[in-house]
Design a protein around this ligand. Sequence first.
Ligand code: KG4
Ligand code: ZN
Length: 338
Amino acid sequence: MKDGKLVTLAIESSCDETAAAVLLDGRQMLSNIISSQIDIHKLYGGVVPEIASRHHLNNVNTVVSQALEEGGVDMDDVDMIGVTYGPGLVGALLIGLATAKAYALAADKPLIGVHHIQGHISANYIEHKDLEPPFMALVVSGGHTNLVEVTGYNECKVLGGTRDDAVGEAYDKVARVLGLGYPGGPLIDKIAKEGNPDAVEFKRVFLEKGSLDFSFSGIKTGVLNYVNSEKQAGREINVADVAASFQAAVLEVIVRKTVDSAVALNKDKIVMAGGVAANSRLREMLANECSKHGIKLYHPSPILCTDNAAMIGCAAYYKYIAGDRDDLSLDAVPNLEL
Ligand code: KG4
Ligand code: ZN
């Protein structure tokens, strides 16, 4: 305890960020340390799982110590240890999980396993003190694209998901085709501001009527085919126009389905989560549509959109106060369902 409040130490290592954070009563962030491996994976154009695991192993103890120090607490103050146990890269998850278990065992603290997506959604509770369930959540990241009906801090239902690529994955692949680099999301976000979204007509994939699922593999091929045919015809490609047109096609579908589902289920709040929630055009488009329907829109600041441990700590806190506990048999689950 610190100042009469519960202290959470949280660890996240599901992909390529080694992260640890300390929170008070789940929503007050005392520290949020993120050691990014982006510069290493950039060399390969994407995350190399084996390399990610090795870097997590090298960094995790330093990151945890920094989080405690910056948070002004020591292990005696800690009331619970929250950790991501899935979904994610199995080798990467195992490093964070083994570390959390080791601290839990050595310091005799309760261990709480957190679903990574539950964490992304919870990032909003840290920054928006007034936010409470129920609401509709749009989870858009490098690994996920989901519409989730959130009915309580620990209760939610997945209404739709991607049938192929996640939206962040589509951004990253299209950025590669356009020669922009990695990770592609922020680069497309930036360059698209200078392009014309109507320059190239890419297909909007809505799937069957009423479906809340998504499909983004077609547009990736669409961009590739367009670039190749322009090159073959000897025409120069306007990268900003292609980026803006790709974004328009993808975001139009996401925004439509998100707002329609919120209206259909009588939700007056929409919460954005995950790395792609940092996208400026997506925020702008959703804000426009939400205002037409009297829906309040929430999103975390960019640093809490992408992977971090503060969001995991917040989700762990709500599981803890609901009485959830895990033991040392908790295992990493790479395809963990929500
Ligand atoms: O949530 P996250 O850090 O990791 C996963 O759990 O996947 O999301 C990373 C993804 C990457 O695909 C990255 O390109 C994308 O989020 N991303 C963005 C933006 N910032 C990050 N996509 C579009 N616009 C952005 N501003
Ligand atoms: Zn994530």
